[in-house]
Design a protein around this ligand. Structure first.
Ligand code: SF4
Ligand code: SF4
Length: 461
């Protein structure tokens, strides 16, 4: 038997330790756009729970009562269809905007990006600019390092706790929550979710940062399915930039055999995921456009044209025209417009009154003293408006079927009201089973709703 070949043992490991990324601060048109998006999104998150509307919290997802309040609108469990609709719109928007301009969501609106930016601001305020942070991390522990790092951690934890508190404030009236927190009387669940969400914010935005985008986010994995050669992506113009090399501002790059890239690495230093865009489109790129701002700044200083790194398409780089409107974007855009239009129409035309008719299960029918056939029901009326309503029930499609003891019913605002109902039909008028339509109409005639119910009677010769 032949001896087995010897396996060479090498000292290489598949594991590479993660190098900490120290993104450099950057100014420019895309940085301003990102800051604006951040203020809008964080403003919505931190301010909305404190707004009032008609004497209650403007945005409140009241899970125990199974009602969602969004300014003047109240969503009941029956409206959760629209919530599913909203999720479909969100999913399709992601498809549309990704096909149009790549990872716009990641660069400008993803909570991971937005909160990481805030944590970075705090880090810069406490530990200084990029070089100072690198030096501080490399320095041995001393009082100054302890003070800077300690302050940062305190502010991070405080901000994360505030974020957790705000999150829970969307589900529990936030003023009550604040009172309970001040009196140390939070319920177990409230305390748990504040700590959980705060911890998730701290862990993702302070500790994991770009690792979430690189290794944990599923969107990065399937985004390429939505890309085509006409999708706007951020890329480096290698034909113009290479060969790279340092030179004096006054030097003629052509005479030196160089392209426009001065190899300053500013684009790498500002990158929050620590990649070099000059190596081509990479899965780690979150399209934040910081490298465009950094490179434009360098190009301005060198007196070169801007755009060595910029938004472009694969086709454009190959000298073909830019096609923003194409089948893919038209179909996604058309579907999105249709879904949004239907959503708005549906919300505006939602029935403010719901009527449910439940049959009495104890008896199919009974005969009244005058020989008429009677059926009993329980009627459930849901007043989805914010004011009390008076409604009257009537049989809509068969004038011979009557409501026994018909009277107006008062429905309190935003409440479910159950009332017993008896319908009566002359003997012999209905044979066996018949579907009848019951109508509830408000006394000002502004709301009306119709519901079917079954009426049973004996088959008589
Ligand atoms: S490569 Fe440029 S756009 Fe991509 S993540 Fe880095 S800085 Fe942002
Ligand atoms: S910032 Fe521009 S010039 Fe500097 S290395 Fe990057 S691509 Fe080259």
């Amino acid at each position: 038997m032949k001896p087995l070949p010897k396996i060479a043992l090498v000292d290489d490991s598949l594991y590479a330790a993660q190098a900490k990324v120290y993104p450099r601060e950057i100014e420019g048109r895309f940085a301003r756009l990102r800051t604006l998006a951040m203020f809008v999104l964080l403003g919505v998150f931190y301010v909305f729970p404190w707004l009032r509307w008609d004497g209650r919290q403007a945005v409140l997802f009241d899970l125990p009562a199974r009602k969602f309040y969004v300014f003047g609108l109240t969503f009941w469990p029956q409206d959760f269809f629209w919530l599913a609709w909203l999720l479909i719109i969100a999913g399709l928007s992601l498809f549309f905007f990704t096909a149009l301009a790549g990872r716009l969501w990641c660069g400008y609106a993803c909570p991971q990006t937005v909160w990481t930016e805030v944590f970075l601001w705090i880090e810069r305020a406490c530990e200084g600019r990029r070089n100072q942070r690198i030096k501080l991390d490399a320095a041995p522990w001393n009082a100054e390092k302890l003070r800077r790092k300690g302050t940062k951690q305190l502010l991070w934890v405080g901000f994360a706790a505030w974020t957790g508190f705000t999150f829970v404030g969307f589900f529990t009236p936030i003023t009550d929550l604040a009172r309970e927190a001040a009196n140390f009387s939070l319920s177990g669940w409230e305390a748990f979710w504040i700590v959980f969400y705060g911890f998730a914010t701290y862990g993702n935005a302070g500790f994991l940062r770009e690792q979430v985008c690189k290794y944990m986010c599923p969107y990065a994995r399937f985004q390429s399915a939505m890309f085509d050669k006409d999708t706007l992506v951020i890329s480096y113009d290698a034909a113009r930039g290479d060969p790279r090399g340092a030179r004096k501002r006054s030097a003629d790059p052509k005479a030196l055999g160089l392209g426009d890239c001065v190899d300053c690495e500013a684009c790498v230093q500002v990158c929050p995921t620590g990649i070099d865009i000059r190596n081509g489109l990479q899965i780690e790129c979150i399209a934040c456009a910081a490298c465009i701002d950094a490179c434009d700044d360098v190009m301005d200083k060198m007196d070169y044209a801007r755009g060595l790194i910029g938004y472009t398409t694969e086709n454009r780089r190959a000298g073909k025209p830019l096609h923003v409107l194409r089948w893919r974007t038209l179909i996604y855009g058309g579907l999105l417009a249709l879904l949004i239009g239907t959503f708005v129409w549906g919300i505006v035309h939602r029935a403010p009154l719901i009527l449910e008719v439940l049959r009495d299960r104890n008896a199919l029918y009974r005969r009244g003293s005058d020989g008429a056939i009677e059926n009993s029901y329980t009627v459930k009326l849901v007043n989805k408006t914010e004011v009390a309503q008076r409604v009257r029930l009537a049989v809509a499609d068969d004038s011979s079927v009557q409501i026994v003891d018909a009277r107006d019913i008062t429905l309190p605002a935003g409440q479910v009201t159950s009332v017993p109902l008896t319908l009566s039909a002359p003997a012999g008028h209905i044979q066996g089973k018949q579907t009848i339509k019951l109508q509830a109409r408000s006394d000002d005639d502004r709301m009306a709703v119709v519901q079917s119910a079954q009426f049973f009677a004996p088959k008589e010769p």
